[in-house]
Design a protein around this ligand. Structure first.
Ligand SMILES: [Zn+2]
Length: 461
């Protein structure tokens, strides 16, 4: 069965066929590194991680090239540096490291290449020069602008008419613009701003040209698939298409465009002023396992709006608890589980149908039920398929015992295990009142004990 995806530019589901099966190429717009990633930033990272893993299974790990850029030159970064006094380099490297750590905690693989914008400026300048040469861009007052009316089919991806484009871009009607829809490719930098020498003086690139340059540098032109959030369709992706197609005198930049839906929190747009703004780091520090966050992010189909709520997190945790109980059951009763059998056809079919993760997750629910109800002799093949499916979504990778102990800080675990050792000593010397007191003390800390043949195990409740 072949992969089918909803192609935004075709406005329909299409069978995915790469230009070269030995080099399947995807690009996803990456972070602007000035602040910690919020939960909305994490959605495309996790969605396209599911796709990346699926493509690697379909075409082989060595045959999929995934590029996600790092935008490390931007006016927001410059503003933060000016306000805080921290040098730009320090802000961008620190934020980049935090991004990698946080997305790693959500189980996302690193892309094949993660170019930084500041390391790709010569390639951007080359594209801008070509656009000028072909009559699609012009220099005005040390700025270089893309001339939108020079591209007859501008607006194909978003389907916006001209008035909407101008309104949507919130264009400033700078006097040097030939057309209100024209957008910036290059802008001048004053002495204390970061800048690069160029044929138009010292300056810095606009945001859109970064992705045209970084995708072409690592994937060539054209390539297979471009992804990002719905909010990037216009103007960002529309402008990427304009730049790249016009620089090549070609019609197609990326052949498939995939966009994930919006993320809201408790039904409202996330914003710092509403107090419903969550960074991934805050959620992790509050003790939510990365796996719970990942499950919430893939629990809704990627094209649907996602309502991120505490309730959704609790439900995801309960669901994972049940799946991990199935894993513990497997470990307890099955002598040997056969290696990866490739999982379940129904599960894979769900993912192949435009990444239908909710349907795939319902297959895992059903499999967990079967595992939990299975007789020991019938569990091995069920277990193998269940685990293989979960692994395709980077779920259930932990030891079940560790999962139920939660993400307690190390010193917390040491204290709990110390109390358990004291209790065991009390039981051994038949001081049952003391043993019960210690059990109750642990219970008051949210720790439940289970005494079994192999000793005492514990979990958080
Ligand atoms: Zn981009």
């Amino acid at each position: 069965m072949a992969l089918t995806i909803y192609n935004t530019i075709a406005r329909r589901k299409e069978a995915f066929a790469p230009l070269d099966e030995k080099r399947v190429r995807m690009y996803v717009c990456g972070p602007t590194v000035y602040d910690l990633a919020h939960i909305g930033n994490a959605r495309p990272v996790v969605v396209f991680d599911v796709l990346f893993r699926l493509l690697r299974r379909l075409y082989g790990e060595q045959h999929v090239v995934y590029v996600r850029n790092i935008t490390d030159i931007d006016d927001k970064i410059m503003a933060k540096a000016a306000a805080s006094g921290e040098p730009i380099d320090s802000i961008t490297r620190r934020t980049e490291d935090a991004f990698h750590a946080d997305m790693g905690a959500l189980g996302a693989l690193r892309p094949t290449h993660e170019p930084r914008a500041t390391e790709t400026v010569p390639e951007m300048v080359a594209i801008i020069e070509e656009l000028i040469r072909r009559g699609h861009a012009y220099e005005a007052e040390k700025h270089v602008l893309f001339n939108v009316p020079s591209m007859p089919n501008y607006g194909r991806l978003s389907g916006r008419n001209r008035d909407e484009m101008v309104a949507g871009a919130r264009v400033d009607l700078a006097p040097y613009k030939r057309d209100p829809a024209d957008f910036t490719l290059w802008k001048p930098s004053v002495a204390d701003q970061p800048g690069w020498d160029s044929p138009w003086g010292r300056g810095r690139p606009g945001w859109h040209i970064e992705c045209s340059a970084m995708s072409e540098k690592f994937l060539g032109f054209p390539f297979d698939l471009h992804g990002g959030g719905l909010d990037l369709i216009f103007p960002h992706h529309e402008n990427e298409i304009a730049q790249s197609c016009c620089a090549h005198g070609a019609d197609t930049f990326a052949r498939y465009w995939m966009h994930n839906g919006y993320l809201v929190v408790n039904g409202e747009k996330m914003s710092k002023s509403l107090g419903n703004f969550f960074t991934v780091r805050e959620l992790l520090e509050k003790g939510w396992p990365g796996e719970v966050i990942r499950l919430v992010l893939i629990g809704t189909h990627y094209r649907q709006p996602l309502d991120f709520t505490e309730d959704a997190m609790k439900q995801a945790r309960t669901r994972l608890d049940r799946w991990y109980r199935a894993c513990a059951h497997i470990a307890a009763v099955a002598d040997a589980v056969p290696g990866d059998t490739g999982g379940d056809a129904e599960f894979e079919a769900a993912l192949l149908d435009d990444l239908n993760t909710p349907l795939a997750l319902s297959v895992l629910d059903r499999q967990a039920t079967r595992v939990l109800n299975a007789m020991p002799v019938e569990i091995a093949p069920l277990a193998s398929s269940f685990r293989a499916n979960a692994g395709k979504l980077a779920l259930l990778a932990q030891d079940p015992a560790r999962w139920f102990q939660g993400t307690a800080p190390a010193e917390d675990v040491a204290e709990i295990e110390g109390l358990i050792a004291q209790r065991n000593a009390a039981r051994k010397s038949r001081q049952f009142a003391e043993a019960d007191r210690l059990r109750d003390l642990l219970k008051s800390k949210g720790v439940e004990l289970e005494d079994g043949a192999g000793g005492t195990t514990w979990k958080r409740v």
